[in-house]
Structures are given as C-alpha cells and as structure tokens.
Design a protein around this ligand. Structure first.
Ligand SMILES: Nc1ncnc2c1ncn2[C@@H]1O[C@H](COP(=O)(O)OP(=O)(O)O)[C@@H](O)[C@H]1O
Ligand SMILES: [Mg+2]
Length: 505
C-alpha cells in the first residue's frame, strides 16, 4: 500500500479491482499521486496499468476499491464525468476530429460565445495561441487537425486539458510513436505542468524515460500494486526485479571475461548534424554498452561504424586494419557482425526457414561453382543452431512463427557463421518477453567469454548496467561519459544522457 495521503494528494486509488467476465484485468490496483509531481506507473505488458487508467478516466467502472480525488470519493460512469472532475488522459494515439481545426478541437463543445451568441472564433484562436505559447510549441491554431503528427496531436490534447484546468494528467505510453526531439518537447511540457502544481501520471516501459522524467514510481505486476519508490531512491535493477518478481542476477547472467587487445577502434567519427568526435574502443571479450536517450545518435553511430551509413571524417579500424567507410562488405570481411534494431525488417528474412537464415551469410562460401543444395545448407547451419539451443522442432521451421527470443538467436547464429571478431547489436532484447530475455543475455555473455568483442546499444538501463563491462553515454551525438562497470550507476548514466538537454533549457 502506498503511504497515507497528504494535503497535496490529488489522486488516491486503493485495492481497485476490475474484471471482464472471467478475465481479472485488475486485482488490486493502488496509486497515490501528489500535486506538483510526475508519477511513473510501470509493469510488464498485461500488468493492468491501462485498466487502472481507464477506471480513472471513467472508461471502466471499478468493481471494488477506493477511488478518491482531492480527498473526496468519486465514481465516474463516463469520460465526461472524469473531464468535469479535472482529469485528462492522453493516449498513445490521440483521437482528434480530423476535419475540425486545431482550435475547434481544443474548444470542442464549449466554444466561448460572443455577443449575439455567435461563436467567438477570434477569442478561441487567441486563447489557443496563448496555450501553445505557454507550452513553448509552435502549432498553427487555424490549421485542420488532419495531417498533424502524433506528437502534435498529443500536445493539442494537453493544451485542451490545460484550458479545462485539469489537475491530473495521465499519459498512457505517450512516447511509443514519437521521435527523440518530440520526446524532449513532451518532457519539457510535462515538467512545466508539474512545476505549476499539477499531478501527472506517466506510463512507459522505457527505463531511460522513467528515470529522466519521474519523481516517483509505482510498480504493478499481475493486476496488483507491488510497491512505490522515490526515483532517487531506486535503481533500474530494483525496478526490474519488482516488475518480474525475480532476482536480477538471474536476468543478467554476467560472466567474468578476460579482456584482451583492442578489436574495434573508432577515432574522431563525425557526421554533420548527427554525431560528433566519437571515439570508442571495444576489446576482445569486452561488452561495451552504448547508452543514451532515444534520438541521441547511438544507432546512427553503429550504422556508420558498420558502413551502412556514411560519415564525413574519422576512422574505423578492426584489429588494426582500416575498415572502408560506407562499405558494409569491407566491414564484414574485416570481421564485423551487425544486428540492427528492427530484426524483422533488417536482420532476419522472416519467410524462410531457420536453416536458410543461418546459412544466408555463409552461402557464398559454401556454394561451390554456384551449386547450393539444401543438404549443404543444413550441414553449414546445423552446428550453429544447436550450439545456440535454438528451440525449433525442426530446422526447417519457419522463422516467422518463432518467438522473439528464438528469432534473435537465429540472427546471432547467422552472423556467428561468419566467424566475427566484433558483434554490434542494437537493442538486443527489444520485443522479447522478459522470460526469454535472459537467454539472449546468457548467450551474449558466453560469446564475450569466448573472446568476442561486443558493442551493445540498449535503452534498457538494467540491461546496460547488468551486461556491460564499460558504458559509453551518448547525448545529442556526443559521448558525454565513459564509465567503468563499477562506476556505472543509473544516476551517472542518466546525468550524462540528459546533460546537454538540461543545460540547453
Ligand atoms: N476490455 C477487456 N476485456 C478483457 N480483458 C481485458 C480488457 N482490457 C484488458 N484486459 C486484460 O486485462 C489484463 C491487463 O491489461 P492492461 O490493463 O491493458 O495491461 P497493461 O496496460 O499493463 O499492459 C490483460 O490480461 C488484458 O488482456
Ligand atoms: Mg497498457
């Protein structure tokens, strides 16, 4: 149970339950949010976060439990009720009326009337301009809502909430569809609303965002309240173990590896407007974590190092040999393997069998005189797939039907067949359920133990802190910190990841 409410408590939920027929969506949800604070609500998919929010929004009516607003019991039977009570909920994809103007969307159903009971359009536009100025954003209030970005649509929902003087703003995974710059803008708006004394609830599954934005965090698991922490008194690994109810050591099985000679050396890498003066080194047996907020330029650096994207100046060497710029084949020949963030699109040909995927990279090597038989492919792929314990009943199972964890292992297997010296892996466990994440971590750890150099990009702080021997933090295209495993605390990483942003404001 959260601590007892105080004078500044805006929202209080205790032991709230909600079932849909036989499905218990919410068993015992509790949440206490104070004015002037940003409260993160986290939990695995299906933990009941959105159901709790929908009770607050008046979408669902709770079956039981306490629901108070400003110390008074409330019971909403519609979203109109919650709006009247000063609650605004911003969803991942807002639903504005596309044919109406921005201003009309903000003042929907409550247009100020001029004399003669005509709608006072000029007054509405002036007020909308005032709202946007206050939020520090530029949106033309006269334009139609159709064609606005999701980020702008969310800002309009927020402007609407402020014009209604909402005291509680709930954002359910608002950043999922936003770019890095848009996330920064949303966070700036959220902070200014907090500083005005409003209460905010922020749902996100991104630890970097939770640690950058929230003051307090509540964890849910299996439809129930688990615990509440002040953000400066917790750590990503603690939150992960609260979320999954297991110990983090099991989740990040870090094997002590002997760190050898430098394998990858990147010197003064520049690409105008994208990244600047990037120096980095990865040694044999070492896992280097590249941390930072979304949009910091981590994937861009990785893509340039591997040669899929160009760079303006600087050098990349592997085992002391120059790797040609903008030439992935040269990178592969030198011994680089690269697993991009979106495996489904870039790393794995979904509609082919495991065998073909694993053999894909080495096909050229085994296809003698242009002749390639299925038998030859199986022979090449078999040992790798079994070594990585790819759980498929038969090697010819379709990759599309495999779990995310197994797909990731197939992609890694495919690359191991090229006998790489360096593996660059971008968000290794995105889209993989928590249970099988540990398998991918165990595999990476074991590969490093065998001397592979690994450069790992991850937005999951627990993953970076749990797996990396050394952490480099990128902020706005520049490396702002280099931390040894022992010094890589969440605070240190987050500070470096937001450093430039803070000073710019
Ligand atoms: N309208 C509904 N009907 C039936 N089951 C639902 C409904 N809404 C949510 N659930 C179920 O309730 C559980 C919690 O869902 P949700 O609140 O969306 O979780 P979260 O937002 O934390 O991912 C899930 O198992 C989900 O399938
Ligand atoms: Mg949800």
């Amino acid at each position: 149970m959260p601590a007892s409410p105080t004078a500044t408590t805006v929202l209080e939920l205790r032991d709230v339950s909600k079932s849909f027929g036989p499905v218990v969506a919410l068993r015992s949800g509790s949440l206490r949010v104070d004015g002037g604070s940003i409260h993160a609500l986290i939990g695995e998919n299906g933990a009941g976060k959105s159901t709790l929010v929908k009770v607050v929004a008046g979408v669902h009516r709770r079956d039981s439990g306490v629901f108070e607003l400003g110390g008074e019991a409330v019971d909403f039977s519609s979203t109109a009720d919650s709006k009247h009570a000063g609650i605004a909920v911003i969803y991942q994809e807002p639903t504005l009326f596309p044919d109406l103007s921005v201003t009309e969307n903000i003042f929907m159903g409550r247009q100020p009337l001029a004399r003669g009971r005509r709608i006072d359009r000029a007054a509405m536009i002036t007020e909308a301009e005032g709202l946007f100025a206050r939020l520090g954003v530029r949106i033309d209030p006269r334009r139609p809502a159709a064609g606005l970005s999701i980020a702008d649509q969310q800002i309009i929902e927020i402007a609407k909430a402020i014009s209604l003087d909402a005291r509680l703003l709930v954002m359910d995974e608002p950043t999922a569809a936003l770019s890095g710059v848009e996330v920064d803008r949303l966070f700036a708006v959220a902070r200014s609303l907090r500083d005005e004394g409003r209460a905010l609830v922020f749902i996100s599954h991104r630890f970097d965002e939770v640690f950058a934005l929230a003051d307090t965090v509540t964890v849910m698991r299996d439809g129930s309240y688990i615990d509440t922490r002040r953000i400066d008194e917790t750590s990503p690994s603690e939150l992960v173990s609260l979320m999954v109810g297991r110990d983090v050591d099991d989740l990040f099985p870090k094997v002590a590896a002997t760190i050898g000679e430098p394998v990858l050396q990147v010197r003064g890498l520049n690409r105008a407007g994208v990244f600047h003066d990037v120096d980095l080194e990865v040694r044999a047996g070492e896992i280097v974590g590249l941390a930072g907020l979304v949009g910091a330029g981590r994937s861009e650096v990785a893509r340039a190092v591997f040669g899929v994207d160009p760079y303006d100046s600087g050098s990349v060497t592997l085992n002391g040999k120059d790797v040609r710029a903008h030439d992935p084949r040269s990178a592969i020949r030198a011994g680089m393997a690269f697993i991009p963030e979106d495996r489904r699109k870039q790393g794995l040909v979904i509609d082919s069998s495991v065998t073909r995927n694993v053999a894909g990279v080495i096909r050229r090597g085994i296809a003698k005189a242009g002749l390639l038989t299925a038998g030859m492919e199986n022979k090449a792929a078999g040992p790798w797939a079994s070594r990585l314990e790819v759980k498929t009943s038969a090697l010819d199972m379709n990759a599309a039907t495999m779990s995310g964890g197994n797909q990731q292992k197939v992609v890694i297997a495919k690359w191991l067949a090229t006998n790489p010296k360096l593996l660059i892996i971008d968000e290794p466990t995105r889209g993989i359920d928590v249970g099988t994440k540990a398998e991918v971590h165990r595999l990476l750890s074991a590969l490093a133990g065998q001397g592979l150099a690994i450069l790992m990009i991850s937005s999951e702080l627990p993953e970076v802190l749990g797996m990396a021997d050394r952490v480099l933090v990128l902020c706005e295209g520049r490396i702002t910190a280099e931390l040894d495993r022992a010094d890589a605390t969440p605070e240190a990483v987050m500070h470096a990841a937001t450093h430039h942003l803070e000073t710019a404001r």
